[in-house]
Design a protein around this ligand. Structure first.
Ligand SMILES: [Zn+2]
Length: 425
């Protein structure tokens, strides 16, 4: 009897050129977000392909979500293929949107150039290479066996780069990412071909405003400078908050290791009147705004993180004459981490060992991705990210994906999916 794993690998190796072509075709859809270009054509391209291979295809328009309008409709595609006998459902989810190409490219970012064993283009790494590898993996798996239990799903979703509200969040709210429809999810984000990503840190974005009183710039003693009040806030952060954050270590295996601590970025500060052409305003600023980007560890609570900042501001209001502030939430996501001994993590790790011949690394991501919606909204815990791209290349100029990595990751995904369908994980 022939070895089914060997056959599966042969089928994937035979599709190497097809995998490259598919990646290039996906890159050629300029699905730039914002504003959310070409979602419909890209979703239909994926849907048509899978429909021709026996999948039932649904298109879901996330009407009314941020950025959705007639010119930029938020279109998602979900393809589902039921096997020859009952079993669990394995879902591969990839976001079809990419960030702006930006400057610094030496190649056309939307041509899908192939050079030196790599496919170049915006989204090659994050994450059209991953979507293409998942599609090839699933198609090869279907062709490798006359009978296959369970159900395979592939989705291409919108808006991950802007929070996922017109994509996975919208679908999760409507049951597309919940049991009993789906049991296991793999998100082929670019986290390197031998690493299993089991979750991500949380995030809290907030806006702090300090308030002052306007006066003529030549007589600042008649006003109250909001920028100086904001300086007091930053000074308090430097002296009291940053040392505390740096001392907090997490058990989450976050990479890079610098992100195994609580972090806070001061994203922006705007204070005072805007300057005229060539000359500044002779005014004491009456307000100053700062946006903070605080990243949370699984050991921290959202309430605790917010309370810590508010407490510092309250103390300033007591200590510092004239200090008035407001604090506004902009965005928040709780940290999430799935079980590294859960079925999807275990089967993917075993597949990496088999394909790559080395032990996988379990990691967590410093920033968030769509797993948050699958966990928090869909209540589906058995979810990981695993994909071929190199994490550091995401969002960079001359972004690329290594063809060999795509082939290997397709083998890993096909093997992992097979053991999950058979309930062997
Ligand atoms: Zn991504």
């Amino acid at each position: 009897m022939s070895d089914p794993t060997k056959l599966l690998f042969e089928l994937i190796d035979a599709r190497r050129d097809e995998l490259v072509e598919l990646t290039r075709e996906l890159i050629r859809f300029p699905t730039v977000n914002p504003p959310g270009e070409a979602y419909g054509p890209c979703a239909r391209f994926i849907g048509d392909r899978l429909n021709a291979r026996g999948f039932h295809v649904d298109y879901v328009h996330a009407a009314g979500t941020p950025g959705d309008d007639e010119r930029h409709p938020r279109i998602n595609v979900i393809a589902r293929r039921e096997g020859t006998s009952p079993g669990s459902c394995v879902h591969f989810n990839g976001h079809i949107d990419v960030v702006q190409s930006g400057g610094g490219w030496t190649l056309d970012p939307f041509a899908g150039v192939v050079k030196d064993g790599k496919v170049y283009g915006r989204g090659a790494c994050d994450m059209k290479g991953g979507i293409a590898a998942a599609i090839i993996a699933v198609e090869a798996l279907i062709d490798s066996a006359a009978e296959l239990p369970g159900t395979l799903e592939i989705s291409g979703t919108a808006d991950e780069e802007s929070g996922g509200f017109g994509g996975v969040h919208y679908l999760a709210e409507r049951g597309w990412f919940s049991a009993p429809r789906v049991d296991h999810v793999i998100i082929p984000e670019p986290l390197n071909v031998d690493r299993v990503c089991i979750g991500h840190r949380g995030v809290w974005w907030a806006e702090i405003t300090t308030h002052g009183r306007m006066a003529h710039g030549s007589m600042p003693f008649l006003g109250d400078c909001a920028v100086r009040h904001m300086h007091a806030v930053v000074d308090k952060f430097e002296r009291e908050l940053y040392p505390k954050l740096a001392a907090r270590q997490t058990d989450m295996p976050v990479v890079p290791s610098g992100a195994r601590r609580s972090t806070m970025n001061l994203s922006s500060i705007h204070g005072g009147q805007s300057e005229g052409p060539g000359y500044p305003a002779a005014l004491v600023p009456d307000s100053c705004r700062m946006v903070i980007d605080r990243r949370l560890l699984i050991e921290e609570s959202m309430e605790g993180v917010k309370g810590e900042v508010r407490e510092l501001l309250e103390r300033l209001a007591e200590e510092r004459p004239g200090f008035r502030y407001s604090l506004r939430d902009l965005f928040e996501v709780r940290p999430t981490m799935s079980d590294r001994n859960g079925p999807v993590a275990r089967s993917t790790a075993a597949a990496i060992r088999r394909v790559m011949g080395r032990a996988p690394e379990f990691i967590c991501s410093p920033g968030t991705y769509d797993q948050k919606h699958i966990d928090r909204v869909g209540k589906l815990r058995d979810c990981i990210a695993y994909g071929p791209g190199i994490l550091d290349l995401a969002h960079q100029p001359d972004e690329y994906v290594v063809i060999e990595d795509m082939v290997n990751s397709a083998k890993v995904m096909a093997l992992a999916a097979r053991s999950l369908l058979y309930g062997r994980a």
